[in-house]
Unconditional design. Sequence first.
Length: 446
Amino acid sequence: MSKQIERSMDELYQADPERADAVVFGRVPATNRRGFLGGAGLAAMGAAVGGAIPFSANMPAGLAPAAVAQTASGSQPKKPEPFRFPGKDEGLTVLGDRPLVAETPEHLLDDDTTPLSKFFIRNNGQIPEAAADADAWKFVIDGEVNNPLTITLGELKKRFKAVSYRMILECGGNGRAFFQPTARGNQWTNGGAGCAEWTGVPLSEVLRVAGLKDSARYTGHSGADPHLSGDEKLASISRGMPIPKAMEQHTLIAWAMNGEPLTNIHGGPVRLIVPGWPGSLSHKWLTRIWIRDREHDGSGMTGTSYRVPIRPMVPGGKADDSNFKILESMPVRGIITNPANGARLAAGTRSLALRGAAWDGDHGVARVDVSIDFGATWMQAKAAPPRNRYDWARWTASVNLPSDGYYEVWVRATDNEGRAQPHIAGNWNPQGYGGNPMHRIAVLVG
Ligand SMILES: Nc1nc2c(c(=O)[nH]1)N[C@H]1C(S)=C(S)[C@@H](COP(=O)(O)O)O[C@H]1N2
Ligand SMILES: [Mo]
């Protein structure tokens, strides 16, 4: 297949899946499977993916094979530029440089605890200068409280008992790249997430000292990062949460990540960690928590920002504001972290060890299943118990490969409410929240 066809393949699959199948594989019958492909079609398909396809009969028509898809979950962008940022792995994928946004390819999320070097970065504004004296960093809690507080990090550490939890931090837009038509914003695949050990004090303890008034309904967060324009009156972002979320034991004012003082790029000296909900609530460079008597209306709280449709809307259509609700708990997601997409194994390999991770917002992961035959049969993976609420589940599985050839490994996680990951990103919305299709990787044996 020519490079040119390869490049436009994904676009073609998105625009006209049937024609794409015809271009790539020759004529494909109008069934939902590729099982009736004649010899010529099968040969073309094999040539396109690099090998015979043992489970070709189960291959869904109109679905770009993981081997050629550009935005298929797990695919890498063409020739990624090495990421250059002090202390960061060169393999992170830059999604934007002003503001700086970088995601972690799935295969770099293979550690039990995501090291700092591999942790994704999401900024909405400028990166502020690093604080010279971390313990002197001050933030305010005011608004609907009886005793407004101004407290330094040094005092916070002295006055309150620290806790440490390993918890997922995930951008609200994670999975956005899987929406069709393209949704507005950074094109995250699955790598706008990481699982670090966060140390801090529960926000609830500090709010108890501040004394919430009966009128307290919502939080509103501010930080020290200047707006991209440099306009001091504008906030880079200012989101908030209902008081019950703020009062959860795992919602932290945090100053350490993986046992080290929080680095500047991750919001040090002090940030919020609000696990299970969009990462935008986990405010970096924290300067203020404003307790409000109503839903917060800061930057990122209005219009279609961090909002999802209540009733499905027409993909690509005009949004009706009254049909949107604030995105709260994040959807379930599973990824394969080893092998990487596009792995080549020696001829004769008959067993493949898989590793990965799965996580969910408020409900937790019930199970993780894998398939190597395009979803015809599934096998339950072995998931390690999470250390604490909001930790991810590390999972392993071993699959038998009946012969050499081209395989796709699919993973599907299911949450404790029985919701499994779909085949494609559903509930389309203009800014692309909630996209959590199954992750799949291409593996070639021989
Ligand atoms: N002050 C401030 N806090 C912020 C942001 C920001 O731009 N400014 N981005 C938010 C978003 S959208 C996400 S996903 C997380 C990312 O945290 P990280 O960069 O440490 O990975 O920080 C959140 N906190
Ligand atoms: Mo985010």
